[in-house]
Design a protein around this ligand. Structure first.
Ligand code: SAM
Length: 248
């Protein structure tokens, strides 16, 4: 199995594929404050198995188009939506976030948790803006420095993994530079990382190794995931996901 196939095979069994929580998704939605009688056209970009697509569908009057590159994740979301009776509010579509098939000025809300890094924050907010109606909202979570300075080891690790990591204030400036009015922002607390994402991953490591016959490629994959977890545990005072809400 290639690295990407391993990643899909491992993460498709997760409730979520990145840090977050139903509460923080709800908080971001409440900060926007849509009227209940407003019918909304929403895109959830890089939805994974749909942890937040489901929350959005529960709280929003409207329709969610949930986009991801990998059908394995979308199938899980379809299955969950069917089980809880939300299929009529969520349509999954395999699309790449850098070649979206929406029309210009079509969407009331673009949502994206822990995924915009795949296109790059600034390229993403710039490209996605055309699909929002005037006055439409963007709600994205993005890896961010939460202090003005940080240990060199941590800086090096993230500069190799995602050089666009930056301070909260610089992320907000990027929104301003690209035609958005910042509305609110907050930082994801540690339980979103540890309790909701990393501990469930660690609980699946053993079975995953067994399933793949303890192959070296699988051991290397688990080691790299464990390295990410250790970096977070050691340095969580310096970085997190910032949740950014802005208006076109
Ligand atoms: C860290 S996960 C976050 C998933 C989900 N939003 C969550 O919080 O559980 C990033 C997601 O982006 C998706 N992705 C990666 N590249 C993509 C692309 N070019 N277009 C659409 N989705 C992509 C991945 O398949 C994955 O589901």
């Amino acid at each position: 199995m290639s690295e990407i196939e391993l990643l899909i095979d491992f993460h498709k069994d997760g409730e979520r594929q990145g840090p977050g929580s139903p509460e923080e998704t709800g908080k971001a939605l409440a900060l926007i404050g849509f009227e209940q009688d407003e019918y909304l056209r929403v895109a959830d970009i890089g939805c994974g198995t749909g942890a937040q697509s489901i929350i959005l569908a529960k709280h929003i009057n409207g329709h969610i188009t949930a986009i991801d590159l990998f059908p394995e994740f979308l199938e899980k979301l379809d299955q969950k939506a069917r089980e809880i009776g939300l299929s009529d509010k969520i349509t999954t579509q395999r699309q790449s976030m850098d070649k979206l098939q929406f029309g210009e000025n079509e969407l009331d809300l673009i949502w994206s948790e822990g995924a915009i890094y795949n296109i790059g924050f600034e390229a993403g907010i710039k490209y996605w803006r055309r699909f929002l109606k005037a006055g439409g909202y963007l709600a994205v979570s993005e890896i961010s420095w939460i202090t003005g300075s940080r240990p060199a080891e941590l800086e090096q690790y993230w500069l190799e993994a995602y050089p666009e990591i930056d301070t909260v204030s610089n992320k907000i400036q990027a929104l301003e530079r690209n035609g958005y009015t910042p509305v609110a922002h907050f930082i994801l607390p540690p339980y979103c990382w540890i309790d909701n994402y990393y501990r469930p991953m660690q609980q699946r490591f053993g079975k995953f190794l067994e399933k793949h016959g303890y192959a070296d490629t699988v051991k290397a994959f688990i080691e790299s995931e464990q390295k990410e977890i250790s970096m977070y545990e050691q340095y969580k005072d310096y970085f997190s996901y910032g949740f950014y809400i802005a208006r076109k």
